[in-house]
Ligand binder design. Structure first.
Ligand SMILES: Nc1nc2c(c(=O)[nH]1)N[C@H]1C(S)=C(S)[C@@H](COP(=O)(O)O)O[C@H]1N2
Ligand SMILES: [Mo]
Length: 421
């Protein structure tokens, strides 16, 4: 009664008020149908598979089983079955993998949203559960849609707002990925044959996605696809540039970090500034700073002058951050990590724990594996591009390792402990 009176006051809405989203005529867009859903589904099939693989590879790149240092997740259980010692070759391996992961993830957002939009009427089917099989299918859809939204949202938040979450982003995104991908595989097993049939067929079958009472079209299905593709292209064009020094200005949507890194040899992307990390100039001054190196034969304390007397080597390596940005190769110069291992009794370098002067924030220490220490390009760098490191890039000394995620390249190094971690 009340509803009717209300409907009479609002004639335009009146007709819809009587219909609920559960009513067959409620969803009227003539764009919906098996063809559109199948096209978007096949794009996501390819894209999400690449996201899953690059994501797992990216996780392995942390050497997360050097716990509890690199990853606070105590036990990856069987989900960590594939972890392997991350290689140092090619030196752009992490840059490529994580660049693809983040750029593709952002590019797929319009496709994901369009896919969800195309099937939204199915959320409102009545009765909600028809059989046990139907119940299982709907639960798997909950995991699928919930998992997709969770992975995209945590990924984007991490890229844009760095580490918003309590605890660590990695286990959330990692376990979320497994739940999501399991549901994704179940969904594929159920729907892929149908999707391929839909794409091969010229005429559309009757399907619950085709509206029973379609509205006048305002755009063709192909037009709608161009719209989605255009959105993806726009996101791609305003994101991908964050992986190159020359094109970074095009990455309008990428976060630009703490201000302008400036010009000159140190003028490349900065993650956390010295000020943010609470590094006091007094602690990094030549007379105060000492590098404490510990190993089998004991502990040595090295001043900057001591380090400058050790053999110096150069390596051209990028910084590549989990957040999806990377620099082009920079020319670093400093002491080989394996030479430091030799100073404390290791001809054959072991793993190392690297600790920073930093007091504040998450990144105070990181572990490197023996193969990373052994690589002749792995340096404790004092110089970059022919100049002393700037405070923001880690003066007096920072680690740089080929193919490693940026977060393992500890800045403002204070201590290195070789051997048993
Ligand atoms: N001590 C310390 N080292 C650190 C960080 C930090 O916050 N503190 N950030 C890490 C991360 S996440 C990245 S991507 C690189 C960035 O190095 P850059 O700021 O010189 O580009 O430094 C790594 N080393
Ligand atoms: Mo990073």
């Amino acid at each position: 009664m009340v509803r009717e009176r209300f409907a009479a006051l609002l004639p335009a809405y009146g007709r819809d008020m009587k219909r609920s989203p559960f009513a067959p005529g409620f969803w009227r867009s003539p764009l919906r149908g098996p063809w559109l859903t199948s096209v978007l589904g096949v794009v996501l099939l390819g894209g999400i598979t690449v996201l899953f693989v690059t994501g797992l590879v990216s996780y392995a790149a942390y050497n997360p089983d050097l716990s509890p240092v690199n990853d606070k997740t105590p036990d990856k259980g069987i989900l960590g079955f594939y972890l392997f010692a991350w290689p140092t070759d090619p030196h752009w391996l992490y840059r490529l993998d994580q660049g693809v992961h983040v750029t593709l993830g952002i590019t797929l957002i319009p496709v994901l949203l369009a896919k969800l939009w195309s099937v939204v009427p199915r959320l409102f089917t009545l009765p909600p559960v028809r059989s046990l099989a139907h119940a299982l299918e709907r639960i798997s859809l909950l995991l699928l849609v919930g998992g997709a939204l969770f992975e995209f949202v945590t990924g984007v938040l991490n890229v844009q707002l760095d580490y918003l979450f309590p605890g660590s982003f990695y286990p959330l995104h990692f376990y979320g990925a497994w739940v999501f991908f399991a549901a994704f595989l179940a969904h594929l097993a159920l729907k892929l044959p149908l999707a391929l049939r839909n794409l091969r067929q010229l005429r559309e079958e009757r399907d619950d996605l085709v509206p029973s009472d379609p509205a006048e079209p305002t755009v063709s299905r192909r037009g709608a696809l161009w719209f989605v593709g255009g959105g993806s292209l726009l996101l791609f064009a305003t994101t991908a540039g964050q992986n190159s020094d020359a094109l970074r200005w095009t990455a309008l949507l990428a976060p630009h970090g703490p201000g302008d890194p400036g010009e000159g040899p140190n003028g490349f992307q900065i993650n956390k500034t010295a000020a943010y990390a609470g590094i006091r100039p007094a602690d990094t001054a030549d007379d105060a700073w000492r590098l404490v190196v510990t190993g089998r034969t004991g502990t040595v304390r090295l001043s900057r002058a001591d380090l400058l007397r050790l053999p110096a080597h150069s390596a051209a390596l990028p910084i590549a951050c989990v957040e999806g940005w990377s620099t082009s190769d920079q020319s670093w110069r400093g002491v080989r990590l394996r030479d430091l291992a030799a100073l404390v009794g290791y001809d054959d370098p072991p793993d190392v724990l690297v600790e920073s002067l930093q007091q504040r924030g998450a990144f105070r220490r990181a572990a490197l594996r023996a193969n990373q220490v052994a690589d002749p390009r792995s340096l404790l760098a004092l110089f970059v591009n022919g100049e002393e490191l700037s405070p923001d890039h880690g003066r007096p000394a920072r680690v740089i390792v080929p193919a490693a995620p940026g977060v393992l390249n500890t800045k403002w190094v204070a201590r290195m402990t070789f051997g048993d971690l």
